[in-house]
Design a protein around this ligand. Structure first.
Ligand SMILES: Nc1nc2c(ncn2[C@@H]2O[C@H](COP(=O)(O)OP(=O)(O)O)[C@@H](O)[C@H]2O)c(=O)[nH]1
Ligand SMILES: [Mg+2]
Length: 262
């Protein structure tokens, strides 16, 4: 994560001087959400990723205790996550009690877009206490859960920060992982970014309304995707025209916890 500098004696600290690349995080943003400030020495985490997994397991415990299931929604910036969620909330029309945890580096733009569609929305900005990270991790997700009525929800959708690499490396307690791929990104992307494509339970191939206008080779993309992840459900969709939204919503409904009406 590049957040800590680790010494052979097992201690770690953040850097004041610009003598290591780790200082990038120290300068860029406020890390108050991690409670790791300034030059304070900290006990080193034996493995930062396993610490993330520990918090992810706690998050999963919170979801299970509340009786809801969580889907981690990931993609490159601009692939269409928020637009897909707008269409999704319209399609469900309040039939499913959905919460959305909106992850962005900065701004409430996407959270504002999703307001008024019948879902509970909580925003986590990674620039507000988490160093402006390019992904959500388990601690960031935990920080937003208190602002959602978990016990009332059947499904929590976590819109991750737009990035085709890092979000796939951090479990946040989700039960399933979905990714949106936009056909404007190119056929070779599953081969170049295998971690994300391999992590996905479902891949929504979005913006198919643009197929007539692009030289995108859909068959080649699907073949590349199959090479990396033969098991993912693939849904061809357009958040603009509504194509594929029904199939996507069926998959989502299959993830949600059945609950009697409140
Ligand atoms: N043509 C077309 N544009 C889309 C589609 N889905 C999203 N967009 C556009 O793509 C841009 C980025 O969408 P957004 O939902 O903000 O992507 P996000 O960054 O992944 O949340 C916006 O201008 C959307 O209107 C689609 O299915 N077809
Ligand atoms: Mg978005």
């Amino acid at each position: 994560m590049g957040r800590f500098h680790r010494h052979p004696d097992g201690t770690a600290h953040t850097h004041d001087r610009d003598d290591h690349h780790e200082v990038r995080d120290h300068r860029v943003g406020d890390h108050g959400g991690y409670l790791t400030t300034g030059t304070a020495r900290i006990s080193v985490l034996e493995d930062i990723l396993s610490e993330n997994d520990r918090v992810a397991a706690e998050n999963r415990g919170s979801f299970d205790a509340a009786g809801l299931r969580a889907v981690n929604l990931m993609s490159s910036p601009g692939a269409g996550k928020t637009t897909l969620l707008e269409r999704t909330l319209e399609a469900f029309g309040g039939q499913l009690r959905i919460g959305i945890l909106e992850g962005d580096i900065a701004t409430a733009i996407d959270a504002d877009r999703l307001e008024g569609h019948g879902a509970e929305v909580a925003l986590v900005n990674t620039s507000a206490g988490f160093g402006g990270e390019c992904h959500l991790d388990a601690v960031m997700v935990r920080s937003g859960l208190g602002r959602l009525p978990l016990h009332e929800l059947q499904l929590l959708i976590i819109e991750n920060v737009g990035n085709l690499v890092c979000p796939a490396e951090f479990r946040v307690g989700e039960h399933a992982r979905a990714m949106v791929f936009s056909i404007t990104e190119g056929e070779e992307k599953p081969l170049k970014y295998p971690v994300m494509f391999r992590a996905a339970d479902v891949v929504v191939v979005n913006k198919v309304d643009l197929l007539p206008h692009l030289d995108f080779d859909l068959d080649l993309f699907l073949s590349n995707l199959r090479d990396i992840n033969p098991d993912a459900l693939v849904i061809q969709a357009s958040a603009r025209t509504g194509e594929g939204i029904g199939e996507w919503c069926s998959w989502l409904a299959g993830q949600a916890t059945p609950k009697p009406a409140a």
